[in-house]
Design a binder for this molecule. Structure first.
Ligand code: EPU
Length: 346
């Protein structure tokens, strides 16, 4: 279905008022293939938008927005211990989590309540509470936006990293993901390493948790820290947690002894950007109608009628200040779009 001059307010969790010149919503992969083969294929002529939970529009979109709407979930293969579940790109991620919980499939319960659609999940290798999508990911099917052909990407071919994949680097803007395939476990297998998760289960009085308990604990932690996009527009973490050299971290620690870090390798550590921004005094800061969330400084929020440009200005001010403070360069985790849906660096 093609619609013209579409308001995008309900297509982005930031609630930014923008419009798309053309919006093509499709259910079947063949519809997309036909569209690609019979329309303008020049670079920047189309852009893919899923649930809009990790995007900031800074302008009206003068390009065609492709919006996958396939909401089918199927079990493709099953052994006594494992299943391969296939989800259409238009499936709401949390619906897939609930499907897994309902059927007793383990592996994505820690990723409960992450906003967005399944098609976008591999792009930034969604992660939370000690689990990343890549741990259960088998493969995906995508349509090449230049040829209209379908392509399979296995897990190694996706080149997953921390909030990263080939779809944010070499292949950015070149494919539309249509289906994802996850390998989930039928046997109990939990990851409770994230401190607050175990602590919440203890508070709940749960000694031997099941899938629903873990999901409930995750939902509880998320609700206490992260703003509900249904009430306050946001796109989750606006920045990535920066990875820095261990020796640099040790020098910073002399001045900020309580600066947290997570070991990445023998030579590098990851530092929580939320802590850096918080300690630099930005928590609860307001900039016009944009702001910094008062419970998690990593999240920028829409306080009313903010614009993408205003949020971007705020993000740049924070980035500059963090660099002045600590000598660390923040990178955006959110995809920041110009009028052609091309990513703008911070
Ligand atoms: N912290 C502060 N002040 C803040 C925020 C955090 O001091 O305002 C400190 C916390 O006390 C803690 C540390 O920073 O010591 C880390 O905070 P938290 O555990 O809340 O996680 P995060 O590193 O800020 C990441 C992900 C989140 C994910 C959580 C939990 C990124 C960019 N963000 O946040 O993902 O939910 O871990 O696993 O990696 C998202 O991607 O949109 C997202 C919300």
């Amino acid at each position: 279905m093609i619609m013209h001059h579409v308001q995008l307010d309900n297509y982005n969790t930031f609630g930014i008022k923008s419009r798309a010149r053309k919006l093509f919503t499709f259910d079947q992969t063949e519809e997309l293939q036909e569209y690609i083969r019979s329309n303008d294929k020049s670079p920047g002529s189309v852009v893919v938008l899923g649930g809009g939970s990790n995007v900031l529009f800074t302008d009206e979109l003068r390009t065609t927005v492709l919006h996958p709407a396939n909401r089918t979930i199927t079990v493709e293969e099953e052994t006594p211990t494992e299943v391969t579940v296939r989800a259409g790109a238009g499936v709401v991620w949390d619906e897939l989590v609930n499907f897994a919980l309902d059927h007793g499939y383990h592996g994505i319960e820690n990723l409960s309540m992450i906003p967005g659609h399944c098609g976008a999940a591999p792009i930034q290798n969604i992660g939370a509470y000690g689990t990343e999508l890549c741990e259960v990911f088998e493969k995906l099917q995508a349509v090449d936006l230049n040829t209209g052909n379908t392509v399979i990407f296995t897990s190694p071919e996706c080149e997953f990293g921390y909030r990263n994949s080939v779809f944010k680097t070499r292949a950015r803007g070149q494919y539309c993901i249509t289906d994802i395939y996850l390998k989930l476990s039928k046997l109990p297998r939990f990851n409770l390493e994230y401190g607050a998760l175990q602590a919440t289960l203890d508070e709940m009085g749960v000694a031997t948790p099941d899938l629903w308990d873990v999901s409930k604990a995750v939902r509880h932690i998320r609700s206490s820290k992260l703003p509900d996009p249904g009430k306050t527009g946001n796109a989750g973490s606006f920045f990535k947690n920066p990875v820095i050299e261990k020796t640099f971290y040790e020098s910073l620690q002399k001045r900020w002894p309580d600066m947290p870090c997570y070991k990445i390798s023998e030579t590098h550590v990851k530092v929580p950007a939320g802590w850096l921004i918080d300690k630099a005094g930005w928590k609860g800061f307001r900039y016009g109608k944009a702001g910094v969330h008062d419970k998690q400084a990593l999240v920028l929020i829409n306080l009313g009628d903010t614009t993408g440009k205003e949020v971007l200005e705020l993000a740049r001010k924070i980035r500059e200040d963090i660099y002045q403070h600590y000598g660390i360069e923040l990178q955006a985790e959110v995809n920041i779009w110009d009028r052609h849906g091309r990513h703008i660096e911070l």
